[in-house]
Design a protein around this ligand. Structure first.
Ligand code: BEZ
Length: 180
């Protein structure tokens, strides 16, 4: 009952994405509606990083947040990460075009097989992690808060959620790399 009440007045203190959580089983899409990805299965073993962003092609996501991860992907690889998965509440045609765009912003040899952009078209994955926020003024609907989550053997072991949903501070590549 309290949880239900708390969620309707959601602040970062009540977010579901937290250390110990499992990865949602809601399907994501890799470049096309026919290419479903179960991220819970993909991250069940090993260490991976999941990044949530408010919107494909938004300036902060496209020119700073994700390009910095791409440029620094080897720092994460050297720390034992298998992949970086980037999730946006957009359709898979948009995330496919955006993936090309962000790699063009940060030409970096070897990052293409390490950084994967996935679509959460209905927002169901982000809803399960309780990171959806009302982004109507910017994007016309609900989007994912900006966050980074370290996943080890299928469970969140560190979370970096932007308290204002959109800033690029705690979830930046630099801050996450320095706090692993
Ligand atoms: C961005 O530039 O990434 C952004 C702008 C407004 C709202 C959310 C994100």
């Amino acid at each position: 009952m309290f949880r239900k009440f708390a969620r309707s007045f959601q602040t970062s203190a009540f977010r579901q994405l937290k250390v110990g959580d499992a990865v949602p089983s809601a399907l994501l899409y890799d470049g096309a509606p026919s290419k479903a990805v179960n991220l819970a299965e993909k991250t069940a073993r090993g260490k991976n990083l999941v990044i949530g962003v408010p919107g494909a092609f938004s300036p902060g996501c496209s020119q700073r947040h994700i390009p910095e991860y791409i440029k620094n992907f080897d720092k994460f690889k050297d720390q034992g990460f298998g992949n970086i998965f980037v999730i946006a509440v957009n359709d898979s045609f948009v995330t496919s075009a955006w993936e090309d765009y962000v790699f063009d912003q940060a030409p970096t040899t070897g990052a293409e097989s390490f950084v994967e952009v996935l679509a959460d078209p209905t927002g169901e994955f982000s809803r399960e992690w309780d990171v959806l926020f009302d982004a109507t003024p910017f994007f016309g609907g609900k989007r994912s808060a900006r966050y980074a989550a370290v996943i080890e053997d299928g469970k969140v072991t560190k979370d970096f959620i932007e308290p204002d949903n959109t800033g690029i501070n705690v979830s930046s590549a630099e801050n996450v790399a320095n706090n692993l």
